[in-house]
Design a protein around this ligand. Structure first.
Ligand code: FMN
Length: 180
């Protein structure tokens, strides 16, 4: 059941030294390409990164939160030509979420590495660093890189007790749907 996948999915940042089979990679890409987008514009593009050296370079895209890309079997950079859609952030984010869930469904682990709005250092952006590393033209923005591999850490699946029911309002703001 899809709900079980949602509960099992956790951010995995440690990966086995094991390649992902070609047919599994194809499934990941198919899932990403099936992502819904505003007005069906599909402004996203994906860069598959399987080269360990490149992944190591990308692990340095920002001071914190990118290091795990070094050990991933693959990285998928999600980029968009921003002039194609005013909601490319939403569109690329949906594709990223679908990739995370598809990876879980296939028995892999994955984690989102945020690139958009992040800094490489005081002077330059993480996007510029990734654009340079992956030879991406300037008219594209980089939303995120999803690191994927077979997991080498175990995380507790979510349970219903983890759910923040107080985030749900009933009918109007402030009226509780669930009692604490
Ligand atoms: C928009 C977004 C950006 C994120 N950026 C990063 C990141 O740059 N580095 C990282 O290690 N994790 C990143 N994460 C993963 C979150 O830290 C993680 O989803 C959160 O702590 C909840 O843990 P869980 O995924 O195991 O449920 C990001 C997640 C989202 C949704």
């Amino acid at each position: 059941m899809f709900y079980e996948i949602l509960k099992r999915r956790r951010s995995i940042r440690k990966f086995q030294d094991r390649e992902i089979e070609d047919n599994q990679i194809e499934l990941l890409l198919k899932a990403a390409l099936l992502s819904p987008s505003s007005r069906g514009i599909r402004p996203w593009e994906f860069i598959m990164i399987e080269d360990a050296k490149t992944l190591e370079t990308l692990a340095g895209s920002k001071p914190h939160g990118a290091g795990f890309l070094k050990g991933a079997a693959v990285g998928i950079a999600i980029i968009a030509e921003t002039s194609k859609s005013d909601v490319w952030v939403e569109d690329t984010s949906i594709a990223a979420a679908i990739l995370l869930l598809m990876a879980e469904e296939l028995g892999m682990g994955a984690c989102w590495c945020q690139i958009r709005n992040r800094k490489y250092d005081e002077k330059s952006s993480a996007s510029d660093f990734v654009r340079k590393t992956l030879q991406i033209p300037d008219k594209y923005e980089v939303e995120a890189i999803i690191g994927i591999g077979y997991p080498d850490e175990q995380k507790r699946p979510y349970v219903d007790q983890d759910l923040l029911y107080d985030k749900v309002h009933q009918g109007i703001f402030g009226r509780k749907r669930y009692e604490a």
